[in-house]
Design a protein around this ligand. Sequence first.
Ligand code: AMP
Length: 501
Amino acid sequence: MNIANILVRSAKSHKNAPALAYGTEITATYAEFADKSARLAAALLTEYDLKSGDRVALIMKNHPEYWVSLFAIWHAGLVAVPVNAKLHINEFTYILENSGARLAIATPELADQLRKGQDITPVLNIASAEYQSLKAAPHMEMAEKDGDDLAWLFYTSGTTGKPKGAMLSHRNLLAAILSYFADVSPHNPGDAIIHAAPQTHGSGLYGLPLIAKGGIQVTPLSGGFDPAETLDLIAHYPNCCFFFAPTMVHRLIGSDAFQNADTSNIKLIVYGGGPMYEADIRRALDAIGPKFCQIYGQGEAPMTITVLTQHELEAGTDHPNRAARLASVGVERTDVEVCIRRKDGDPCDIGEVGEITVRGDVVMLGYWQNPEATAKTLKDGWLWTGDMGALDEDGFLTLKDRSKDLIISGGTNIYPREIEEILLTHPKIDEVSVVGRPHPDWGEEVVAFIVTKESLTTEDIDAYCLEHMARFKRPKEYIFKEALPKNNYGKVLKTELRALL
Ligand code: AMP
C-alpha cells in the first residue's frame, strides 16, 4: 500500500482535527493538510514533468510545509529524499547527484544556497508564490504503490566518507508504524508530537504514527531545540510527545527553564539514536516521571530494532537487574528477529559480544545504486548493523561499542573518516585521526589529532574546516602530535588517542 494512505484515511475520519501547527498556531486541519498535499502532488507531476519513482529532495529546516511536501511526494508516487538541513553545500550537491533528484524542495535560506551552489537540480522555495500556486492545482487521486516500491531514500553518513542512501519501501515505513503501535504507544486525535529534533530524521519518522491516528505535528518556531520554548509548547499541548536524542533529555532537565516548569502534559518521550547513560535516565525518571521509552534503530531499519518499554522503565523498579536494564536498549521488537553474530556469521552465546543483525519487514531494500555496500550489509536476509552488543538470558540487548568509531554529537552522527579525509586534503597536514571526547551537553564532541608537515596554526586549520565541511562536524580542538600511535599493521590506535583525552 502507498504510505500516503495514512493521511488520506485520517482526512476522512478526523477531517476537522488539527493536523499541523507552527508554535501554538494550528496551520491546517486534516482535511486541509490532505487537500493541499493532493494538489501539490498533481502539480509536481505536471509542472516539473516528474514520473512515478522519480526522487524529490526535501532540504528543509523544520517547518510545517515539510509535511505537506512529503505527503505530496508520496501521494504522487514519487520518492522522498529528506536531507539533514545542517549539511554543507558540497554534501547537499553530492546527495542531489547521487539520488538523481529531479527537484529539491527547500526552505528559503537553503533554497538560495542550493541555487548558488549547483545548477543541475531545480529548486522550489516553499516561501515562493510559485509554491503557493502549486498547492492550488487540481487535486489528484493517490498513486497506486506496491509495498516493495521505494518511498524514502534515507542518507546515512557513510564510513567511506560518502553518504549512502538506505532504500526504504512503503512496506518498511508501514512496518515501522505498526511496530510503534505494538511496542511504543497508542495515539488519539489531539495527541501532539513536538519536533524539537530534525523532521528529516528520527523525529520525522516518529511523526508518522500520529498522522495515522489524527495527532498534531508541531514545529517549534525556532525550528529546533530550545529548552524554554520546548517547555512553553509542553504547557500548551496536552498529551504531547517527543523523539529526543539522549543528550536533549539531559539538556532539557538541566536547563534553568525546567526548574519551575509544569511537565504534566507530557505523554511520552521516546529517546534513542545514541547512548543514554544510566545516571541520566534515573535523573529523568525522577524529574518527569515514568514517561520514557527507549528505542534502538538505524536508518537501515527505521525506528525499530529493540525497545526498552515505558512499562519496563516504570514497573521494573524492583527488578534485581534494574541497573543493567536501564543501561540496555531493551528487547527485540514485536516484528523483528535480532541475532548477535560472530564474524563468521554463527550466533553468539548469551552474554557474548558480537555484531547485531536484524531481520524483518522494516529492514531496508539495500543501498541506492551501491550493490557493493548492500552485499556487505544485507546477507541472507539479515541486516548487519555495524553495532556491537550482547543479549542477556532475558533477551535484553546491551550495546557494547559502536563499531566504525562513529561519533554522536547532539544526537547527530559524525563519521571521523569523513573529517579525516577533508583534513588530509590540506597540503601542510601529514597525518590525522579524529575521535570523540565525552561532552556533558552534546554527548560527544569532535577532536582531531594532527601531524603536520610544516608549521600550521589552529586558526589556519579551523578556517580550512569552515570552508570545507558542515560547521557541526568541525573539530572543537586540534591536538598537534609528532606521530600517531599505531599497531603492527600500521593502523592508528584510536583507543590510545581516546585514552589521552
Ligand atoms: P541513524 O542511522 O542515524 O539513525 O544512526 C543509527 C545508529 O545510532 C545506530 O546504528 C547506533 O549506533 C546508534 N543508536 C541508535 N539508537 C541507539 C540507542 N538507543 N543507544 C545507543 N546507540 C544508538
